[in-house]
Ligand binder design. Structure first.
Ligand code: GCB
Length: 583
């Protein structure tokens, strides 16, 4: 899937701005014909969650209808017109000028419709029904009975089976774009290295069988390289890049891959894709980037900011990368769902390594509805890999976070997803993020292990000595059983900024700083540990429950408005010492 771009042959019209919204509290929108347009709407910003924009709707996760009217800023011709949504949480139904274009399930991945037949030059009316309901047959699930989750009774409002606020709405840009009919529809780039030479293999796709010429040019470092060939629906070509400038943290070298299609001597389409030449492998107990061991230092994170909720906020993306740079991180996980495409683009440009996670958080394995949940996870895995396969920053796929996988069905469930990911992308390692530990059956086949641990917090509260011993023992046990490298993908402590205690006590800045430092000491003593991801980079909004003061998870080493706690300074000291960042 190609992100829309503007050039002489392609145009993008961004529909971001103030739309109308009408909440469908009585479920009347369908029968009242709101799909063709509605009255009594109120202004709402897109992209953004609705929850923090309108106080009275903070906890509302039901249906809401959005609409906008627009004129097309170009002449309509014989091209293809597409309407693309970066993400809508959770279920979207879309109508253009009264025609139902289709629907999409899942809150964090893009989808698009061909609107060529329905688009007018002027006065288009676009209507989107967004249904954010939390339900056990959705992924991530909500309102699940305690029994099905095999969890202890802890009530959460709104009731998601996950620890972040269930923000709803149109979260990422809505784009109308025009492209040549028969233009390029997809590119898949895989890179390899042979000595100093970079090997770039490119697969091109278009949805027209009448052959045209394709010209590929690779520009950026050294002399530009070019090659040409004929393409019908698909073609594959390899480029050899002498003295390749490899991509890595610290030297995120990118090339522009420019693809042009030519028909009857005229260029009819052009697409420019930034690519990085790099390899990524698990070998023995190591993670190898460009053939050299690399150690991951960074965070589990969230897309979360006051007022905008989970909506795209470019300035926060820039700020967050600046803070990760400042602290000496080289990586993060897109916990617990795919992040915006803009976030991924900057990871490429700025040189961060990403464990890219599907939205499968809080999965449970009760028989009832299992096949449907698996189908949804398959869909997400396909959509995620289609979206992010060309990012050099993406070094691994994570199939799920903390599944409740003590039931036997979990193993076959994840085997299915693991095989699917491997068939779609044989080049990247695949993992699963576990809270179960040694009993996580999927650890038998995933390529490396990810484990979340809170000794000294949820268990052994206040006792870091005991907690660190337990951590050390468990890591050894996991290695003994699976002989695979491991990332500690979460560890941390809720911390109230400004709360101090000596000796350190839970919730104080001292306790968080000490916990992180002591965990890191344990991790660095185990040669099979390939990374440490602190939970969390920033404080973030959650539902309301006893253990979430003010409706926040306070495990950030930065506050929600991005100010450092004491732990941020301590991590900076540890991480900036530079060991193994593979730059
Ligand atoms: C976890 C979850 C994460 C929570 C975290 C916590 O294991 O993966 O979503 O926010 O624990 O703080 O409890």
């Amino acid at each position: 899937m190609l992100y829309p771009q503007s050039n002489r042959y392609r145009q993008v019209f961004d529909l971001s701005g103030f739309w109308d919204i009408r909440f469908d509290l009585d479920d009347e929108g369908d029968s009242a014909g709101w799909a063709s347009g509605f009255t009594q709407g109120q202004p709402i910003a897109v992209p953004a969650s609705w929850n923090d924009q309108l106080d009275s709707m903070r906890d509302y996760t039901g249906s809401a209808w959005y609409q906008i009217r627009f004129d097309v800023p170009w002449e309509l011709g014989s091209r293809k017109y597409m309407l693309r949504f970066g993400s809508v949480n959770y279920l979207a139904d879309v109508w253009l000028n009264g025609a139902h274009l289709g629907s999409h399930e899942g809150g964090h991945l893009p989808f698009e419709f061909d609107v060529t037949q329905h688009l007018h030059a002027e006065s288009n009316r676009l209507v989107v029904r967004v249904d954010g309901a939390l339900a056990p047959d959705r992924v991530p699930p909500g309102n699940v009975s305690m029994n099905a989750l095999d969890r202890f009774g802890e009530l959460n409002y709104p009731d998601g089976s996950f620890d972040f606020f269930p923000y709803c709405g149109i979260h990422r840009p809505v784009l109308l774009y025009a492209a040549a009919a028969g233009g390029l529809s997809d590119l898949t780039v895989v890179t390899d290295i042979n000595g100093d030479t970079g090997l770039v293999s490119v697969q091109l796709r278009r949805d027209d069988a009448a052959p045209v010429r394709a010209r590929l040019t690779l520009r950026g470092h050294g002399e530009p390289l070019s090659t040409e060939m004929e393409i019908a629906e698909q073609a594959e070509v390899g480029l050899e890049v002498p003295q390749a400038a490899l991509w890595a943290p610290g030297s995120p070298n990118l090339y522009d891959l420019i693809v042009e299609l030519e028909d009857g001597g005229q260029i009819v389409d052009r697409y420019t894709l930034p690519i990085g030449i790099r390899t990524i492998h698990i070998e023995g107990d190591s993670l190898l980037l460009n053939g050299r061991p690399i150690y991951l230092k960074g965070f589990g994170r969230h897309e979360d900011f006051p007022v905008i909720g989970r909506g795209l906020f470019p300035a926060v993306i820039v700020k967050d990368y600046a803070l990760m740079e400042w602290i000496g991180a080289n990586s993060f996980r897109t916990s617990h769902y795919p992040y915006s495409e803009q976030m991924m683009d900057l990871a490429d440009r700025l040189g961060f390594l990403v464990i890219d996670e599907t939205p499968a958080v809080g999965l449970f394995f009760a028989e009832d509805g299992l096949e449907r949940r698996l189908d949804l996870c398959r869909q997400y895995t396909r959509e995620l890999i289609a979206r992010d396969k060309n990012h050099p920053s993406v070094i691994a796929w994570s199939l799920a976070n903390e599944p409740h996988s003590r039931r036997p069905a979990a193993k076959a469930f994840f085997r299915d997803l693991y095989d699917l990911a491997g068939s779609l992308d044989p080049t990247r390692p695949v993992t699963i993020v576990s809270m179960v530990g040694v009993e996580e059956d999927a650890f038998e086949f995933v390529d490396f292990l990810c484990l979340n641990r809170y000794y000294g917090w949820y268990s052994e509260p206040g006792r870091l000595d005991v907690g660190c011993e337990e951590l050390s023992d468990e890591l050894d046990m996991l290695y003994e059983r699976y002989h695979k490298p491991l990332v500690l993908s979460e560890f941390g402590a809720d911390t109230v900024a400004g709360c101090h205690a000596e000796p350190p006590e839970m919730f104080s800045e001292e306790y968080q700083a000490e916990m992180l430092a002591r965990y890191i000491e344990v991790l660095r003593s185990k040669p099979f540990v390939i990374g440490e991801h602190v939970w969390n980079m920033c404080d973030f909004k959650t539902g309301q429950m006893v253990r979430r003061v003010g409706g926040y998870n306070l495990k950030g080493v930065f506050t929600r408005d991005r100010r450092p706690k004491m732990a941020a300074h301590c991590l900076r000291q540890i991480w900036r010492q530079g060991a193994g960042d593979g730059g």
